[in-house]
Unconditional design. Structure first.
Length: 122
């Protein structure tokens, strides 16, 4: 579908209640359009979301705490705006094409320096 960004922008909060997912494309897409995200703190979500900075992470298995977090965020438009803007900046700084190319180039350069340093000198 080509309208996913528009559909996401029509919502107030993106929610993920997985117990395992890895690095979630759904979270990334939501963050990319500037949505605040609320996710369970499964291994993988914490690679994308910094709790309280660009989203909220709640403990696995604590449905009442998750619900309280959502209700508090729904009642606080300023916090939703702040978290959503920070989420977009996170995606732009870590996962944009430019950031990914730069990280890959840096990795190759580091590896090349290591290989060159390991060669015996004539």
């Amino acid at each position: 579908r080509q309208d996913i960004p528009d559909l996401l922008r029509a919502t107030d909060i993106s929610i993920l209640t997985s117990s395992y997912e890895g690095v979630s494309n759904a979270l990334m897409e939501s963050m990319c359009v500037g949505l605040p995200v609320v996710s369970t703190a499964y291994a993988g979500a914490d690679e994308l979301v910094t709790d309280g900075h660009d989203g909220l992470l709640d403990p696995l298995g604590d449905a009442p705490a998750f619900a309280e977090c959502l209700l508090a965020l729904l009642a606080d438009p300023a916090t939703r705006e702040r978290l959503g803007a920070a989420a977009r900046r996170t995606i732009e700084s870590r996962y944009s094409l430019e950031a990914m190319v730069e990280a890959l180039l840096s990795l190759y350069q580091d590896r090349l320096r290591a290989v060159r340093g390991a060669r015996p000198r004539p």
